[in-house]
Design a protein around this ligand. Structure first.
Ligand SMILES: Nc1ncnc2c1ncn2[C@@H]1O[C@H](COP(=O)(O)OP(=O)(O)OP(=O)(O)O)[C@@H](O)[C@H]1O
Ligand SMILES: [Mg+2]
Length: 456
């Protein structure tokens, strides 16, 4: 990630704060939670040790002087058992000597008490940066952690990860395109949860699932009495998503009439409840997705051109799985690990031929189809090894491999087929020629010159 993009991404962390003073703990917790961090607290080193394994924090903030075990002992333990964790020490007994001793023990940041909210925030931000920089993530880790459950190692997916980061950094409207099952919704979530809007709502609206006559009141809300059944004023999805992001899935299914209204929300940044005339300002990031070719719908007059351009500021196109086969093995491992865990089983091994069959399959249903195949396998199979015969027949029917020796010339294939047709018509050449769509004379000539393994 380059510094330009990393600086605008969400920089929050899971933090464990350890102090024997409940007041200090509470102050630290409140401040850091307001900044978006997840904070756990421990009143002594013993409690801290219990929490360390279960919450896996990225940062530990500890007091120095505590009864029974002190902060330096905790620091030594962390170094031995959890290397790489960021450690900040806070102390009321600050001196140059103590600072030096703390740093020698392996403390990353040293903050004397009392400190201001701002000093704490700055020190934590600096530490997060330091920890993330020194963590040398392997490419596999990066692929797993980069984008909220999106797994992929192919160049195509790295490009998608880059676009997600760029989109997360801006407020621009995003259009996500890709065939069904390619992960459009996951990408939309990744953009939201990596953006600074992550603590505000992410609201999903499936435009094709809401009947046309309801979609306006669902999106914009309505006032009491706006229509029969409107017994109370209700906020719509746009208002619910205020401060966050709204994901308009299958946006191509929106009627032209609603498209005009959506355009207005994007341009004016305000919504008007059904039954009201007073616009309400909203601050939302719009992420839209479609598996249709919107450009073509625009040409056909089914999608408004102006809306298309407004939505299409940043486009994330997710290639179909068959065009990024490098991802298949990673996805197989990911899903088999996940579903085996859920079923309380060990993740099975896939034999080479099984993986090869999966690599040769086209996956018209993309990642969703692969996920379903693996899920089914894990549920049904009790074996630790998955063989080709465990795969569904439609996956197996794809030839695994055409060895060089098996490749045949067109003449050989033709000869074999001619022989088959002639045999099927019991030598009736007129009939055979009719089936083959050639005349009788041509058939005769072809038969005469037929290349068969015997007369080559
Ligand atoms: N790269 C990926 N890594 C891990 N899981 C993925 C990935 N891509 C898709 N999936 C999984 O595949 C399934 C389908 O993904 P998703 O619903 O995001 O696809 P979609 O493009 O929105 O599909 P549709 O067009 O049918 O709505 C989900 O279960 C999702 O978790
Ligand atoms: Mg979807």
């Amino acid at each position: 990630m380059n510094p330009e993009t990393s600086s605008c991404l969400r920089d929050t962390a899971t933090i464990l704060a350890v102090d024997d003073s409940p007041d200090t703990l509470e102050l630290v917790r409140r401040n850091l939670e307001l900044a978006g961090h997840t904070v756990y607290t421990a009143g002594n080193v013993h409690q801290a040790l219990d929490l360390l394994d279960s919450i896996e924090p990225e940062i530990v903030i500890t007091d120095w002087k505590m009864p029974v075990n002190d902060g330096l002992e905790l620091v030594k333990y962390i170094h031995a058992e959890h290397p790489g964790l960021g450690i900040m020490m806070i102390t009321g007994y600050a001196s140059i000597e103590s600072a030096v001793q703390a740093i020698k023990t392996g403390v990353d940041e040293y903050l004397p008490k009392p400190f201001t909210d701002e000093e704490l925030a700055t020190a934590v931000a600096k530490l997060i940066h330091k920890v993330r920089k020194r963590k040398s993530l392997t490419p596999a880790d990066l692929a797993l952690t980069a984008s909220f459950g999106l797994v992929g190692q192919s160049a195509e997916m790295h490009n998608v990860f880059d676009l997600i980061k760029k989109a997360a950094c801006s407020n621009a409207t995003v259009l996500i395109t890709g065939e069904s099952g390619t992960g459009k919704e996951l990408v939309a979530r990744a953009i939201h949860y990596q953006s600074k809007r992550s603590s505000a709502p992410f609201v999903t609206v499936n435009c094709s699932a809401i009947p046309n006559e309801l979609i306006e009141s669902e999106l914009f809300g309505y006032t009491k009495g706006a229509f029969t059944g409107a017994v109370a004023t209700r906020a719509g999805f746009f208002q619910t998503a205020n401060g966050g992001s709204i994901f308009l899935d299958e946006v191509s299914e929106m009627s032209l009439n609603m498209q005009v209204k959506l355009l207005r929300v994007i341009q004016e940044k305000e919504v008007t409840l059904v039954g009201s005339r007073k616009p309400i300002p909203v601050d939302i990031r719009i992420i839209a997705a479609t598996n249709k070719n919107l450009q073509r719908l625009v040409e056909a007059g089914a999608f408004r051109e102006d809306l298309f351009y407004r939505l299409n500021i940043v486009t994330v196109d997710i290639p179909p799985l068959r065009n990024r086969k490098d991802d298949i093995v990673y996805l197989v491992n990911h899903f088999s690990g996940r579903y085996a865990r859920e079923a309380g089983k060990n993740a099975p091994q896939f034999t080479e031929d099984t993986l090869e069959m999966l690599l040769n399959y086209d996956f018209p249903g993309n990642v969703r189809e692969l996920e379903n195949i693996i899920q089914r396998l894990i549920v049904v199979s009790d074996s630790d090894i998955i063989h080709p015969s465990d795969l569904p027949a439609y996956v197996r029917s794809v030839p695994v491999k055409v060895a060089g020796g098996d490749l045949r010339s067109l003449a050989e294939v033709e000869a074999e087929y001619l022989a088959q047709v002639v045999e099927a018509t019991r030598g009736n050449l007129t009939k055979a020629a009719a089936i083959l769509g050639i005349d009788r004379k041509t058939l005769r000539t072809k038969l005469k010159h037929s290349v068969t393994p015997d007369n080559q």
